[in-house]
Design a protein around this ligand. Structure first.
Ligand code: S3P
Length: 218
């Protein structure tokens, strides 16, 4: 039995109103009709941290696409980039995405570049009962978060680009961000501005936009 979704409407109404943008459809996302939620956004958007907490609240499985790629390839993402290049990584990414979308009741956190590939967008859009949520923030915020994450990794002295090869050149990374942002927006049913939200607040904001299972049959 899936977990009932508990939201705290009064407390989180302000967060919802300020930070959520519904794209294409204005109707709330109906959780009763969904089997997969896909989190998208640039590096540092919080897809994995928000995704883990959201999956736990929904009682769904959490799948991090980068981790799935790593376990299927037996190599880390940076090692795939350095040994085989980005185009090979993208092939592995599409294969892992197709495998993940075959599962039900999953919260899938994409890598930041996955939506750039048309095949990936079609895979997501053509998988029934699947909705995408875009975690948005300005590039400077995202870049700072990635720097902090690198500082806080267990391996002391890790450079940000060792964790995320595409951050090696900040100007190129910003150009990628500018090119991708409209793609994220188009793919998503819901956009959440996470720039001033904690992980818990972002999770609550998303839950407030999902029509709970208990009221979905009305
Ligand atoms: C990438 C983002 C990374 C990872 C890879 C490429 C990108 O994932 O897939 O380094 O192209 O933006 P995160 O967005 O989870 O950091």
């Amino acid at each position: 039995m899936p977990a009932e979704v508990e939201t705290q409407p009064a407390l989180h109404q302000a967060i919802s109103d300020t930070h959520l943008t519904r794209s294409r459809q204005s109707a709330p996302l109906d959780l009763a009709r969904l089997e997969r939620l896909v989190l998208t956004g640039f590096m540092g958007a919080g897809k994995s941290t928000v995704g883990r907490q959201l999956a736990a609240r929904l009682g769904w499985d959490f799948v991090d696409l980068d981790e799935l790629i790593e376990s299927r390839a037996g190599l880390t993402v940076p090692a795939i980039f350095s040994q085989y290049g980005e185009s090979h990584f993208r092939k592995l990414e599409s294969q892992a995405l197709a495998a993940a979308l075959g599962r039900r009741n999953i919260l899938l956190a994409l890598g930041g570049g996955a939506p750039e590939i048309l095949t990936n967008r079609l895979l997501i859009e053509q998988t029934p009962a699947t909705a995408t949520i875009f975690l948005d923030a300005p590039f400077s915020t995202l870049f700072d978060r990635c720097m902090l994450q690198a500082l806080n990794t267990p391996a002391a002295g890790t450079q940000p680009a060792e964790l995320r090869p595409l951050l090696a050149d900040p100007a190129t990374a910003e150009a990628r961000f500018m090119a991708r942002r409209p793609i994220y927006r188009r793919l998503a049913r819901l956009a959440v501005d996470t720039s001033s939200l904690s992980t818990g607040e972002a999770v609550d904001a998303i839950l407030s936009a999902l029509r709970p299972r208990s009221s979905s049959r009305t």
